[in-house]
Design a protein around this ligand. Structure first.
Ligand SMILES: NC(=O)c1ccc[n+]([C@@H]2O[C@H](COP(=O)([O-])OP(=O)(O)OC[C@H]3O[C@@H](n4cnc5c(N)ncnc54)[C@H](O)[C@@H]3O)[C@@H](O)[C@H]2O)c1
Ligand SMILES: CC(C)[C@H](C(=O)O)[C@@H](O)C(=O)O
Ligand SMILES: [Mg+2]
Length: 362
C-alpha cells in the first residue's frame, strides 16, 4: 500500500502531520511518500502541481491531502495559483465523486451555532460531483461584450455544463450510498432557471427509477441552503453539482460544530481516492498550532475504509476521535465553556494515545 502525502500550504502541513502520526499508531504496513503541492510547489518548482507530484498521486493507492492556497498568490495568473493543484488532481485522477459526511458528534452539539435540538444526532452525506459543472466547463475567460446590458464593455464568462454520463454516474453513486443508509436522496438543482440543472434533474429522475427502494426528492439550491439550517435532519443523502456542493458542504460543516470537523473522500471509478478535509489552508491561523486536525484525521479513516480496505482500522480512528471529544478536549474552533482547549499537536497526541492505549470506549 502506498500513500501519497501532499500537505500543501498553511495549516495543511500542521494537520497532515497529525493525521500521519495517527496512521502510524495503527501498526499497519504502508509506505508513504511526501511531495510539494500548491503554493509550496509553486515556490520550489514554479508550478502548483509539478509533474512529479501528479505522477506520485497517480501511482499511489491513495492520496492524503492537506490544503492549498494563500492570499499572497491571488494576483498570479490563474493557471499558477495554488488552487489549480487540487483542481488538477481531481481532473487528472478522474475523482468525480466527492463524499462529505456531516456528522454532529454528541459531544459537539453545543459547539454548533444552531440550537442543539436541530443538530443532535445529525448524520447527513453530501455527495458532490467534482469534475464537471462551471468549475471545468470551457470556454471561459475575458472578452469585450458584443451584447447584453453593456455592449463594448469588458466582461468575464465561465461555462456551466454537464454531460449525460457525468450526471448518470454521480446519480448511481448517490443511490447506492443511500441504500446503505436511510434510502433517501435529495437532488439539489436550480432547474427553475438553469438548463444544465433541468438536464441534471431529468437524468437523476431517470436513474432513480432503477432504485425503486430509494426515495428521491428534488430541491432548488436556494431552498436547500435554507432547509439545511432550518431542519437539517430531514436530509439523508444530498447529491448535487460541483459548485452547489462546494457551497452547501461549507454550510453543512457548521452543523457539525466547525469546518475543522468535516472530512472528505474524492473517488474515481477504480476507488482510488484523494482524502482531504473540506476546509482550506486557513491563512488566518496558519503557523499558530491551533488548527483542528480532526477533519484530516477523519479523512485518513475514510481513506482506510474506501481505498485501502482496512475498515477496522478506520473504525479505530473514528472511535478514538469520539473518545478524545468525550474527554472534553477541544481545539479553539469547537471550544465551549467547561471543556479543555488544546492545540493541533495536543489533539493529535490525544487521538494517538486513545489508539495506542486501547482505552477507547467508543
Ligand atoms: N481543498 C483545498 O485545498 C481548499 C479548500 C478551501 C479553500 N482553500 C483555499 O484556502 C485559502 C483560504 O480560504 P478560506 O479562508 O476561504 O477558507 P478556509 O476553509 O481556509 O477558512 C475559513 C475559516 O475557517 C477556519 N478554519 C478552516 N479550517 C480550520 C481548522 N482545521 N481548524 C480551525 N479553523 C479552521 C479558518 O481559520 C477561517 O476562519 C484560499 O486560498 C482558498 O482558495 C483550499
Ligand atoms: C480550493 C477550491 C478549489 C476547492 C473547491 O472549490 O472545490 C475548495 O473550496 C473545496 O471545497 O475543496
Ligand atoms: Mg470549498
Amino acid at each position: 500500500m502506498k500513500i501519497a502525502v501532499l500537505p500543501g500550504d498553511g495549516i495543511g502541513t500542521e494537520i497532515v502531520a497529525e493525521a500521519l502520526r495517527v496512521l502510524q499508531a495503527l501498526d499497519l504496513t504502508f509506505e508513504t511518500e511526501t511531495a510539494l503541492v500548491g503554493g509550496a510547489a509553486y515556490e520550489a518548482h514554479g508550478h502548483p502541481l509539478p509533474e512529479s507530484t501528479l505522477k506520485l498521486a497517480k501511482d499511489a493507492d491513495a492520496v492524503l491531502f492537506g490544503a492549498v492556497g494563500d492570499w499572497k498568490y491571488d494576483k498570479l495568473e490563474r493557471s499558477l495559483r495554488p488552487e489549480q493543484a487540487i483542481l488538477g488532481l481531481r481532473k487528472n485522477l478522474g475523482l468525480f465523486a466527492n463524499f462529505r459526511p456531516a456528522i454532529c458528534y454528541e459531544q459537539l452539539v453545543d459547539a454548533s451555532s444552531l440550537k442543539p435540538e436541530l443538530i443532535a444526532g445529525l448524520d447527513i452525506l453530501i455527495i458532490r460531483e467534482l469534475t464537471g459543472d462551471i468549475y471545468f466547463g470551457q470556454p471561459r475567460g475575458r472578452r469585450t461584450a458584443v451584447d447584453g446590458h453593456f455592449p463594448g464593455a469588458d466582461e468575464a464568462f465561465d461555462t456551466m455544463r454537464y454531460s449525460r454520463p457525468e450526471v448518470e454516474r454521480i446519480a448511481h453513486v448517490a443511490f447506492q450510498a443511500a441504500r446503505k443508509r436511510s434510502k433517501r436522496v435529495t437532488s439539489v438543482d436550480k432547474a427553475n432557471v438553469l438548463e444544465t440543472f433541468q438536464f441534471w434533474k431529468d437524468i437523476v429522475t431517470e436513474v432513480g427509477k432503477e432504485y425503486p427502494d430509494v426515495e428521491l426528492d428534488h430541491m432548488y439550491v436556494d431552498n436547500a441552503a435554507m432547509q439545511l439550517v432550518k431542519a437539517p435532519k430531514k436530509f439523508d443523502v444530498v447529491v448535487t453539482g460541483n459548485m452547489f456542493g462546494d457551497i452547501l458542504s461549507d454550510e453543512a460543516a457548521m452543523l457539525t460544530g466547525s469546518i475543522g470537523m468535516l472530512p472528505s473522500a474524492s473517488l474515481n471509478s477504480s476507488n482510488q481516492g484523494l482524502y482531504e478535509p473540506s476546509h482550506g489552508s486557513a491563512p488566518d491561523i496558519a503557523g499558530k498550532g491551533v488548527a483542528n486536525p480532526l477533519a484530516t484525521i477523519l479523512s485518513a479513516a475514510m481513506m482506510l475504509r474506501f481505498s485501502l480496505n482496512q475498515p477496522e482500522a478506520a473504525d479505530r480512528i473514528e472511535s478514538a476521535v469520539k473518545h478524545v471529544l468525550a474527554q472534553g478536549l477541544r481545539t479553539a474552533d469547537i471550544w465551549s465553556a467547561g471543556t479543555t482547549k488544546v492545540g493541533t499537536r495536543e489533539m493529535g497526541d490525544a487521538v494517538v494515545a486513545a489508539i495506542t492505549k486501547k482505552t477507547i470506549t467508543g
